[in-house]
Design a protein around this ligand. Structure first.
Ligand code: SAM
Length: 291
């Protein structure tokens, strides 16, 4: 089997209990059959839902999902109920599960490099809020002898500015830089001697067609250190897709693990170095591949 469910006893993933599964078996078909004209009504139920719909696909919407929408106060019990309804949709849970996997894999990769006394040269492509990077380093003890360089690359100035604020918690001794550019241009910021040994690119393949995925995989393969680690993710077909696409208006390109596997192989990655996992709700896959 190409992809298994990610397991780590230290991670408390969001899953569904029996009553939620029963509730969903009625509720999801209703959501999927709502007409697009329901969108304004959903926006009115809670500010968090309004903002997610307004900023769908951006770092902003993801930040609301990561934070369970709690940055927007519920003015009454009905609003609190609706916030709970929307922010516990399986897609919302799954994106938080994805974040936990990415952070765990980043920690494992960085700690491996530290054990080997190797410097860390990390590139985050489509870095958005940079939450995965910032939160994973918060739990890593980097010795003085190890140099850390982190490049955040995003085409959105607003996302870069937001992530700068979040990254204030990173140790001062880290070299950090923010690059406003499109994904495929990243090689121009790295010389042959300082190619990244970790590349994290999450929340981008969902908007790239196969040709663009193939191109960026090849550019990444060609421009990372041999032995380096590439961490990426893609949304997988799931039973809330119709609702997310038509009513929320968040359009994505859904892929099965076999497709991502094939695209990685074609880019040059060796089959035996490709690992693909589903988060527990099987709505997102995460690929960890070594060059
Ligand atoms: C859905 S967010 C993901 C953010 C972050 N990686 C995460 O997982 O939380 C997508 C980000 O990709 C950026 N983006 C979209 N297309 C891009 C491109 N071609 N090159 C660089 N960044 C891009 C957007 O500006 C946005 O910040």
């Amino acid at each position: 089997m190409i992809a298994e469910i990610y397991k780590d006893k230290n991670i408390k993933f969001e899953t569904n209990n029996f009553p939620k599964i029963v509730f969903d078996s009625f509720f999801i078909p209703i959501l999927n059959n709502l007409p697009k004209s329901f969108q304004p009504g959903i926006k009115k139920t809670h500010k968090a839902a309004d903002k997610i719909i307004e900023t769908a696909t951006s770092y902003n919407a993801l930040e609301i999902l990561y934070g369970h929408g709690k940055m927007y106060r519920s003015k009454n019990l009905l609003q609190a109920f609706f916030r709970w309804i929307w922010l516990t949709r399986n897609n919302a849970k799954a994106v938080r599960n994805r974040l936990m996997i990415v952070e765990n894999e980043l920690r494992k990769t960085v700690n491996n490099l530290i054990e080997k006394s190797e410097n860390i040269n990390l590139l985050s492509i489509a870095s958005g809020s940079a939450r995965a990077i910032v939160e994973s380093f918060a739990q890593i003890n980097v010795p003085e002898s190890v140099d850390v360089s982190i490049s955040f690359l995003d085409k959105s100035k607003e996302a870069l500015e937001y992530s700068k604020k979040l990254a204030i918690s990173l140790p001062n001794k880290f070299f950090t830089r923010w690059l406003e550019d499109t994904a495929s241009n990243f090689p121009k910021y790295f010389h042959d001697e300082n190619k990244p040994n970790i590349i994290e690119m999450v929340g981008l393949l969902d908007y790239f067609n196969d040709e663009k995925v193939q191109d960026i995989f090849k550019i990444i393969y060609d421009n990372m250190q041999t032995g380096g680690t590439f961490i990426t993710a893609n949304i997988v077909d799931n039973n809330e897709r119709k609702f997310v696409t038509n009513v929320v208006g968040w359009k994505m390109i859904y892929r099965e693990p076999e497709v991502i596997w094939e695209l990685a192989k074609r880019a040059g990655f060796k089959e035996e170095n490709i690992k693909i996992f589903f988060e527990p709700l099987k709505i997102h896959l995460v690929m960890i591949v070594k060059k």
